[in-house]
Design a protein around this ligand. Structure first.
Ligand code: ATP
Length: 315
């Protein structure tokens, strides 16, 4: 790995990062030339299919495995450099499958992890409270539900007041209220300058919450940027939902003449129509529609899920 000076201020800086397993016919490129920057205080999403390389990326960031090629800086330091061991204390990690000892209580579990990490034991009870396990703290982990185990895992990741949190599918098993509570906690952490990298398959959950995201596909970075930037890149059409009288809706093809070949118009119920419109035609279409004085008009952006499938298919 190279260790050139990091002048970008990035919390994470990956350049040409590769992790290969096996060789010859069994060669598997878990990560293959990934460039990525995450800036301080971002809530950064990592998305991609099963086996895309997300967990591999987390393990590389933590120094648990070594890259095959490329460079990797975390909090400004190369992961294989002399200062990384010290910096490792400033990282919190919630693995996809955290192993817990069933016979320990929640509090004992947290105390165990605190000792491993060199974090003050005094942080354990307040953290249990923070993740909603204050009353369950003295019960054995074997009695915990899936969501309670996940909360305990999150508390473990927060030990030592990390500056960078790596959360691998952290909302698996959480109910809707717990998911909302979890993201509120992430917002509070972000407000304190903590950088958060979160992987999830629940794209609706990330949409509207992440500052930026990266989409991995078979070890390669398929797209990177804000949700809006990905939408624009995907060239998915906007959806205009129109309400009006039958006469107004009948007049739509005439009103949009010259543009219709690039639009898709569909009746979706009495007095309602849906118009699929390329992003670049949004303003000309709006201008034409304004002349009709429709009862209502709303414009829907494509969802992150729609964008994901579109970009996945793109070369
Ligand atoms: N120790 C290993 N030895 C060989 N191959 C591995 C090893 N660890 C991971 N892989 C392979 O690397 C690829 C990426 O795996 P990874 O766990 O990073 O995917 P992921 O994106 O986290 O998937 P998921 O969404 O299912 O958690 C997969 O093909 C996996 O089989």
């Amino acid at each position: 790995m190279t260790s050139s000076h990091n002048d970008s201020g990035a919390v994470l800086q990956l350049r040409g990062l590769c992790k290969h397993y096996g060789a010859g016919p069994t060669l598997l490129k878990a990560l293959d030339g990934v460039d990525l920057d995450v800036t301080p205080g971002q809530l950064f999403g990592l998305i991609g299919h099963n086996g895309a390389g997300k967990s591999t990326l987390f393990k590389l960031l933590l120094g648990l495995i070594r890259p095959t090629a490329g460079s990797l800086r975390v909090l400004g330091e190369p992961v294989d450099g002399p200062r990384f061991r010290e910096l490792r204390r400033l990282l919190g990690y919630l693995p996809e499958n955290l192993v817990l000892y069933d016979n320990l209580s929640g509090l004992e579990t947290l105390q165990f992890f605190a000792r491993l990490k060199g974090a003050p034991l005094a942080q354990c009870e307040p953290l249990l409270d923070q993740v909603g396990l204050a009353t369950a703290g003295r019960r054995a982990v074997r009695e915990y539900s899936k969501g309670m185990r996940q909360r305990l895992g999150f508390a473990q990741a927060l030990l030592g007041e990390p500056r960078l949190l790596l959360l691998d599918e952290p909302t698996t098993g959480l109910d809707p209220a717990a998911i909302r509570d979890f993201y509120q906690q992430l917002d509070a952490l972000r407000a304190r300058g903590v950088t958060l990298v979160i992987s999830s398959h629940i794209l609706a959950e990330l949409q509207g919450r992440v500052d930026a995201l990266a989409m991995l596909s078979a070890g390669r970075l398929k797209a990177q940027g804000t949700v809006q930037a990905l939408r624009e890149r995907s060239a998915m059409p906007l959806r205009f939902l129109l309400s009006g009288t039958p006469a107004q809706l009948d007049a739509l093809p005439q009103q949009l003449s010259g543009l219709m070949e690039r639009l898709q118009l569909q009746c979706v119920g009495t007095g309602q129509a849906c118009l699929r419109c390329p992003r670049e035609l949004k303003m000309p279409v709006l201008q034409r529609l304004s002349a009709l004085a429709l009862a209502d008009l709303s414009i829907q952006e494509p969802s992150l899920e729609d964008v994901y499938f579109e970009l996945r298919e793109a070369a």
